[in-house]
Unconditional design. Sequence first.
Length: 141
Amino acid sequence: MDNQWVSFSLAGEKYAHPVGSIKEVLRYQEPSPIPGAPYDVDGILNIRGEVLTVISARKLMDLPEDPRSEDSRIISIETDDGLCGIVVDKVEAIVGFDGKSIEPPPSQDAGGIIQGTIHREGELYIVANFLPHCEGVAQQM
């Protein structure tokens, strides 16, 4: 599974996230807000009896907010403490590449989400891993 990645777009850039921790991709639904939640948490959803904490990838990565569209999706990530959903602009495809080919980022972001970049078929992908952040949020909620 190390070679399988979900590609998605966010603020005009292409990203890839490892498939291994992803449970499913959902159409965007407006979450119920949670008073006092961290800045990047948009709220929660009930998905077939499971609580899904919804996080805005744009807020998390300090990108400008943009209205949700028909293409907006929630990438559901499984943690030991529950489900976490990352809102992205559009999920594009499952792509394959060797994780060993990832070039490290020029500087480490505070949350450790950005793992590096990779060039594939003439496209530049920013490799992201939201799982550690989701695990931290799941423990707080």
